[in-house]
Design a protein around this ligand. Structure first.
Ligand code: FES
Length: 562
C-alpha cells in the first residue's frame, strides 16, 4: 500500500501557511521542480565538535543527501542533541532520554515523510532508535562506523580495552609520560567510534540485527569508502520508505528483538546494549525482560573473536563479512521471517550475502564458547537482577566468597585504589555503590573499578567487583553491574558494610549478602533519607521519572501507552 505523504499537510493545503512555507523554500533558491510533491527525507544528524566519534557524520550526511536527491526525494538535514561519551559528565547516559525526546519531537513536528538516523558514539544510536520508535514514521539507521585499528610499536590496539591495559602499566610504573604521549596519538587515529566490540559497535550491530539498517551497514570503518556508499544507498532507500514503509513499529517486533539479542550474545557485545534494548522495546510496548536475555544467552554461542574478550577489532570484523556474516551463521537460531526496513524478511535479505574463509567470525560448529557472554544474576543483593559479562571475566573468579570492601563514591574509590598502602586480598570483593541511575546520578560507567595498586604490584590482574553502575563496553574483568534496585533508592547494596561476606556464583546465577533476613531488614529500615542530587531543571525531571536498570532506565512517561 502506498502511504500518503505527511509533508503534503505542510506544503500542499489551501491555507495561507502552505504558501508561506513554500516561499521559505524558494528563499533557499530551491525551485518548485526541486521540491514539489517530493517525499521530504529528514537526516537526523548527531555530528558535533563535542562528540569526536560522530564528527565525520557531516560528510556522511552529504552522501545521504546525494542518495535522497537521486531517489527523487527532498533531503532536509537537522541537528539533534549529540552525546559524546568522552566529554559529557557525569555520564552521557544522563542525557540519553533527553536526546530521544529531541529526536521524537523533531521528527513528529516537522514535515518529514521518512528519516535517516545518523549516529555512532554509544548513546546516540539508542536515543535515535528510541525517538524514532516513538515517532513511528519510516526510519533507517546509518551508523557512523568504527575508527581504524590502533597501532603502537608494532602491536594492534583497540580503543578503551587496550587503553585501559596500558594505563594500568603506566599506573604501575611500567610505562612513562613519553610512552603515554606516543600511545595517545596511536590508539585513536581516524574518525569513528571505538573499534572494539564496545557499546557503539554493539549498538550498530543491534541496529542491523533489528532490521533497521541496510545490510552491511554496521561495520565498515568510518573512513572506508563503503561507509559513504551505504549512506548514499540509505538515502535512496529512505525515499521509497516514505511511500512504502515499513514503519519502526512494523520492524521492531518481538522476533526482531530476539534476533538482536542472539547477535549480541554471539558477538560478546556490551552489557550496555541490554539497557538500551529494554528501553527501545519499551517505547513500542514489546514485552522484553532480563529473563529473555538470560534465556537467549543460554542457547546462543559466542562466535565473534573480538576485543574486549577476543583478539580482533572492528576493522577485521568488517573485512570478515561484518554483521551479515555473523547473522548468516546464526540463521538456524534466528527468526528468519522478521521484517527489515528493506521490506524483505531477514532470511531473504541475507540470501545473497556470500561468506568467505576468515578467522574472526566462527561458525556454529566451531564457537569460541557454547553460550553467550552475558548472564543475569539474582539474590538478596540484587532482587531485580544484575549482569555479568562472563566472556570478559576470569573463570577462576566466577564462584567467589569474600569479605567486602565498600566504596561510597567514585572519588573515594579512586583515592583508595591508587594508594599503595590500601591493602586488598585477592579474594576480597570490591563494592562501589551510589553509582546507579539515581546515585550517579545518570548511571555512569564506573563499574570497572580500577585494580588496587597493592594488588597490581603483586601481579594480580583481576578481582571480583560489584556495583550499581554500568561499565564501558570496552572494559573487561569479573565485574557485576547494574545491581537493581540501586543503593540510592534503598536497594540492598546500600546496607553492605566492610567485611560482610558477599558471595558470587555465576553458575547458579546468584549474588548474595551472607546476612540473616532480620539483619538485612534492620539495616534497610535504618537507612538515612537521601538528599536528591538535583532539585531543578532536567536533572530533577530525570530523578523523578527514570526507571531502574532492569527496566531500561527510560522515563516512565515515555513508555508505550497502551
Ligand atoms: Fe565514542 Fe567510544 S568514545 S564510541
Amino acid at each position: 500500500m502506498v502511504r500518503k505523504l505527511r509533508s503534503l499537510d505542510w506544503f500542499d493545503s489551501r491555507e495561507y501557511y502552505s504558501f508561506a512555507r513554500r516561499s521559505t523554500l524558494r528563499a533557499q533558491g530551491l525551485t518548485r521542480a526541486a521540491t514539489e510533491g517530493k517525499p521530504v527525507i529528514g537526516i537526523c544528524n548527531t555530528a558535533s565538535d563535542l562528540n569526536p566519534c560522530n564528527r565525520h557524520l557531516t560528510q556522511v550526511s552529504e552522501a545521504v543527501k546525494r542518495g535522497v536527491w537521486g531517489g527523487g526525494g527532498f533531503p532536509c538535514e537537522f541537528p539533534v542533541i549529540s552525546l559524546g561519551e568522552m566529554f559529557l559528565k557525569p555520564s552521557a547516559m544522563l542525557y540519553r532520554n533527553l536526546m530521544s525526546m529531541d529526536v521524537e519531537e523533531m521528527i513528529r513536528a516537522n514535515p518529514l515523510d521518512a528519516v535517516v538516523l545518523l549516529g555512532g558514539c554509544d548513546k546516540t544510536i539508542p536515543a535515535l532508535l528510541m525517538g524514532a520508535a516513538s515517532a513511528n514514521i519510516p526510519a533507517i539507521v546509518v551508523p557512523g562506523g568504527p575508527m581504524l585499528s590502533g597501532t603502537f610499536r608494532g602491536k594492534t590496539l583497540g580503543s578503551g580495552t587496550d587503553g585501559r591495559k596500558h594505563f594500568d602499566l603506566y599506573r604501575s610504573g611500567k610505562l612513562d609520560e613519553e610512552d603515554m604521549q606516543e600511545l595517545e596519538c596511536s590508539i585513536a587515529r581516524s574518525p569513528g567510534h571505538c573499534m572494539v566490540m564496545g557499546t557503539a559497535s554493539s549498538m550498530a550491530l543491534v541496529a542491523e540485527s533489528l532490521g533497521m539498517t541496510l545490510p552491511g551497514a554496521a561495520a565498515w570503518p568510518a573512513v572506508d569508502a563503503r561507509r559513504n556508499a551505504i549512506a548514499e544507498q540509505s538515502g535512496t532507500h529512505a525515499v521509497r520508505m516514505a511511500t512504502h514503509g515499513p514503519t519502526p513499529s512494523e520492524v521492531l517486533t518481538r522476533p526482531a528483538f530476539e534476533n538482536a539479542i542472539t547477535a549480541l550474545m554471539a558477538a560478546g557485545a556490551s552489557t550496555n546494549a541490554v539497557v538500551h534494548l529494554l528501553a527501545i522495546a519499551g517505547r513500542l510496548g514489546v514485552p522484553l525482560t532480563l529473563d529473555d536475555f538470560e534465556f537467549i544467552s543460554s542457547k546462543s554461542p559466542l562466535l565473534a573473536d573480538l576485543k574486549p574478550h577476543g583478539q580482533y577489532l572492528m576493522e577485521d570484523f568488517a573485512y570478515a563479512g561484518g554483521a551479515e556474516t555473523l547473522l548468516k551463521y546464526l540463521l538456524p537460531l534466528l527468526n528468519t521471517d522478521a521484517l527489515t526496513i528493506t521490506g524483505q524478511p531477514l532470511a531473504k535479505q541475507l540470501a545473497t550475502h556470500n561468506t568467505h574463509e576468515q578467522q574472526v567470525i566462527r561458525s556454529l560448529n566451531d564457537p569460541l564458547s557454547p553460550d553467550g557472554g552475558i548472564k543475569v544474576l539474582r539474590g538478596n543483593l540484587s532482587p531485580n537482577g544484575a549482569l555479568i559479562k562472563t566472556s570478559a571475566a576470569s573463570e577462576h573468579l566466577l564462584v567467589t566468597r569474600g569479605r567486602a570492601i565498600v566504596f561510597e563514591s567514585k572519588d573515594e574509590m579512586l583515592e583508595k585504589v591508587n594508594d599503595e598502602s590500601f591493602q586488598v586480598a585477592e579474594d576480597q570483593v570490591l563494592i562501589l555503590r551510589n553509582a546507579g541511575p539515581h546515585g550517579g546520578p545518570g548511571f555512569p560507567e564506573w563499574g570497572q573499578i580500577p585494580m588496587p595498586k597493592s594488588l597490581m604490584v603483586r601481579g594480580v590482574t583481576d578481582v571480583v567487583r560489584m556495583s550499581d553502575a554500568r561499565m564501558s563496553g570496552t572494559s573487561y574483568g569479573t565485574v557485576v553491574l547494574h545491581i537493581s534496585p540501586e543503593a540510592a533508592v534503598g536497594g540492598p547494596l546500600a546496607i553492605v558494610q566492610n567485611d560482610d561476606i558477599v558471595s558470587l556464583n555465576v553458575h547458579e546465577r546468584a549474588i548474595n549478602l551472607e546476612l540473616s533476613q532480620d539483619t538485612i531488614s534492620q539495616r534497610l529500615a535504618s537507612l538515612p533519607p537521601r538528599t536528591p542530587a538535583y532539585t531543578r531543571g532536567y536533572g530533577s525531571l530525570f530523578l523523578k521519572h527514570v526507571e531502574q536498570a532492569h527496566l531500561g532506565c527510560d522515563f516512565d512517561f515515555l513508555k508505550h501507552n497502551r
